[in-house]
Design a protein around this ligand. Structure first.
Ligand code: SF4
Length: 404
């Protein structure tokens, strides 16, 4: 029942009234990563992605979850999609790391005695640098040289708060490659995390707000640098079935959405690159590779950098176990998958890891640490930015190897 076919059989059984949506049935849907590897592997073109999305909504509306589960989910979703609350958490994490409290807690083994989901929150928390506390939303930037496109950047909630360096690098790279970049303020969450956990109403509210904020911008493209947000924004019209006006607005909006690597690859490189002598293991984030079908563009971009060695991770089509909020909701399965991914990463002996999703990088680093290894991790656009500026390695990132 925990395979794509098994879940499709369950869905058919539910639709035909042969089975009920009991907690046991719901668990089989909860255990799905939503990695979409089965969608790209399916020879018959079955759209499991839309099926699991509907199933998750039904599960959220179905029988009440256990109290602990409800409280955990409520706490996560009272925090994650809200940039101001995330900012308070950022400060708390900085204090936790910098005062030596984290070292003390990890050495004491205290987290090991806590429930797995709480321990997971601590283990995946990024290593916040003081610069992250003062880094603001990046300023807009004018195209260098002949303007080739006008774009607006989606800043993201978790991305914008915990990994502001990725947004800063994105703006610099786009401008260097001839884009006029706008960074509209007050965007909030796009609703991707909510949708991927079946919280459809919440996702609709968030994406409506984002569309209303960005649709009037006089730009050619809306650029996203987080894989999960990009895949959601490209398909957000499906949330507005029966709402003609919003479906039309969402369709028009989605038509302008591009992943940053997708846009840069289509424009072609013009800015001069400096060599980067490093071996980078590129990890395909599932919502970029499987959900958006973008595999070539990020590799092609990295290969425009002289002397950079781009390495293929064995079994690269497999998820790392991060999968949106999955690692926070299903820690033991996520750990098993993450440990395997870390092993595959180490097998190619890289100097750094790259992925277009910060959650993937945090997850892989957690499992590298568990093996006593440590590698810097970057979004591909940070590596390209470092090459354009002739500054390798990139500045301190929120995705630093965890220190103990
Ligand atoms: S875990 Fe991934 S491959 Fe397996 S059913 Fe879910 S989406 Fe498909």
């Amino acid at each position: 029942m925990d395979s794509p076919r098994g879940r499709i059989h369950l869905l058919r059984g539910l639709r035909e009234g042969e089975i009920a949506l009991t907690p046991a049935v719901a668990r089989h849907f909860d255990r799905c990563l939503g990695c979409m590897a089965c969608v790209t592997a399916c020879p018959s073109g079955v759209r499991y992605d839309t099926l699991i999305e509907r199933a998750r909504v039904a599960v959220e509306r179905g029988p009440r979850r256990a109290l602990v589960d409800r409280l955990h989910r409520a706490a996560l979703f009272a925090l994650l999609p809200y940039p101001r609350r995330l900012r308070a958490l950022l400060v708390a994490l900085w204090v936790y790391a910098r005062t030596g409290l984290r070292r003390l807690v990890r050495r004491s083994g205290l987290w090991g005695r806590l429930p797995a989901r709480l321990a997971q929150l601590e283990a995946l928390a990024p290593d916040v640098q003081w610069r992250d506390l003062v880094r603001a939303v990046p300023a807009p930037a004018a195209a260098q040289g002949t303007p080739r496109a006008r774009v607006a950047l989606v800043t993201g909630c978790v991305q914008g708060t915990f990994f502001p360096n990725v947004n800063q690098a994105t703006v610099r790279v786009l401008a260097a490659e001839g884009c006029d970049v706008k960074v509209p303020r007050g965007q909030g969450c796009c609703g991707a995390l909510s949708l991927h956990t079946g919280r459809e109403g919440e996702a609709r509210t968030f994406v409506r707000r984002l569309i209303a904020r960005l649709e009037a911008e006089p730009v050619d493209f809306v650029v996203v640098n987080a894989a999960g947000c990009g895949s959601h924004l490209k398909t957000c019209a499906s949330l507005f079935t029966g709402e003609e006006d919003w479906a039309a607005r969402a369709t028009a909006f989605a038509a302008r959405v591009r992943d940053v690597s997708e846009l840069l690859a289509s424009l072609g490189p013009v800015a001069p690159r400096h060599p980067v002598r490093a071996r980078v293991a590129y990890h395909d984030a599932c919502h970029l590779g499987h959900a958006q079908g973008i595999r070539t563009a990020p590799r092609a971009l990295l290969r425009t950098i002289p002397e950079l060695d781009v390495l293929e991770i064995p079994d690269g089509e497999q998820c790392c176990g991060s999968a949106g909020a999955y690692s926070l909701l299903e820690p033991s399965a996520a750990d098993e998958i993450g440990a395997r991914k870390a092993g595959h990463v180490l097998a190619v002996e890289p100097d750094v890891i790259a992925a277009a999703n910060s959650g993937c990088l945090l997850q892989i680093q957690k499992h590298l640490r568990a093996r006593g290894a440590s590698l810097p991790a970057f979004h591909p656009v940070e590596i390209l930015d470092a090459s354009l500026r002739g500054q390798w390695p990139p500045g301190p990132s929120g995705i630093e190897p965890g220190k103990t």
